[in-house]
Design a binder for this molecule. Structure first.
Ligand SMILES: [Zn+2]
Length: 364
């Protein structure tokens, strides 16, 4: 039986909710985690039309990139499209789940999909987060392998393309249990001197509660000795935007034409620029806030959506600043979710929404 929880638990291992921005409202918005699923509809925006599409397709979970509920709702009377969408979903027992900035802030998320559609290679996160921590713990050597294995199993010790990374050195630990202790090694009120492995493992902050819980469970001591410290290292797996390279250097006009064709765009709003294009920064959605990062990393072009008039000036002709439209930059997110879910849940009714939810039309 596949429930809402089966799906959201999996998606949250890929894009943990803790990675969402403070203003965001990702997560389950309507429906119960225990709801048994008949089908899933994937979309960018959950609108009334999308809920109707879900009803027709007998899908009782809608997974949307943008959360339909963003700010507090004090009444539900159907006076605007947000309220009508929620009412329709609830009346029809349809759960709505949003996976928004947490899917933006992973290196395999929205921006990687956009990079693929544009044809960028050698991609990396444009503004990486510094959300890394280091766990140091002290373990009796005979237990080290098992404890470390359990920490690796929940994702601790992954660095880029390397998993199960840790460091250990053997030394001497000292402690004196008091008369209330029930020590695994030694006796109460006597100072102990024991051989221990000092193990160091790196982890992202969002795993820390789980890592400490698993450590305490797996560690043989009554009091697992450990410390957890925040690192200054940047985490190349998490953060905003992406930067990569074209497979060949291009003139700005040729690049714009290729971009328009690759993403089936009606138009591109862009600044004047007359240098060749090789390094390209991107951010799906409203990404103007990353312009300075794109400039600092010497990008020749920066592609995003929702660029305001005055923001175009900030590019100062130092790069080709392109606004391709918010919807257009993120519409590939449906396929991204489809690929993620089909990897894990084979033979399940997954539908890509056919509703075009872009509220912006171009009169050409
Ligand atoms: Zn967006």
């Amino acid at each position: 039986m596949i429930t809402v929880k089966s799906i959201t638990d999996y998606l949250e291992t890929v894009a943990p909710q803790q990675l969402q921005e403070p203003y965001d409202n990702s997560g389950l918005l309507t429906g119960a985690l225990s709801l048994e699923l008949s089908g899933i509809l994937l979309c960018l925006d959950c609108t009334e039309e999308v809920v109707e599409e879900a009803i027709v397709k007998k899908a009782n979970l809608i997974i949307a990139h943008h959360p339909i509920i963003f700010s507090g709702i004090k009444s539900l009377t159907g006076r605007n499209y947000v309220e009508r969408t929620i009412i329709k979903a609830i009346k029809n027992d349809i759960a709505i789940y949003a996976i928004h900035t947490n899917l933006d802030n992973i290196s395999t998320g929205v921006n990687q999909k956009l990079a693929e559609r544009i044809g960028l290679i050698n991609t990396k996160v444009l503004r990486p987060l510094n959300n890394l921590q280091k766990l140091v713990t002290f373990i009796p050597p005979k237990n080290t392998k098992e404890v470390v294995k359990q920490l690796h199993n929940i994702g601790a010790g992954s660095i880029g393309n390397y998993a199960e990374c840790s460091f250990r050195i053997t030394g001497t630990g000292f402690f004196r249990p008091n008369d209330k202790a029930n020590p695994t090694v030694g006796t109460a009120d006597q100072t102990q001197e024991v051989e221990e492995d000092r193990v160091e493992i790196i982890l992202p902050q969002h795993l820390s509660d789980k890592v400490i819980a698993v450590l305490k469970e797996a560690h043989p001591y009554e009091e697992a000795a450990y410390y957890l410290t925040k690192l200054e290292n940047l985490n190349q797996e998490n953060g905003a935007g992406m930067i990569g390279e074209l497979t060949q250097v291009m003139e700005p006009d040729a690049f714009l034409k290729q971009l328009k064709d690759a993403l089936s765009l009606s138009c591109i709003r862009h600044t004047a620029y007359n240098q060749k294009i090789k390094t390209v920064a991107i951010c799906g959605g409203s990404g103007s806030f990353l312009l300075k990062d794109a400039l600092a990393q010497k990008a020749d072009a920066f592609i995003t959506g929702d660029v305001k008039y005055h923001e175009f000036f900030d590019a100062e002709s130092l790069l080709l600043f392109c606004d391709i439209g918010h919807y257009e930059s993120e519409v590939g997110t449906k396929e991204l979710l489809y690929d993620l879910l089909t990897n894990k849940f084979v033979n399940f009714a997954l539908h890509l929404s056919k509703t075009v939810t872009n509220p912006v039309k171009y009169y050409t």
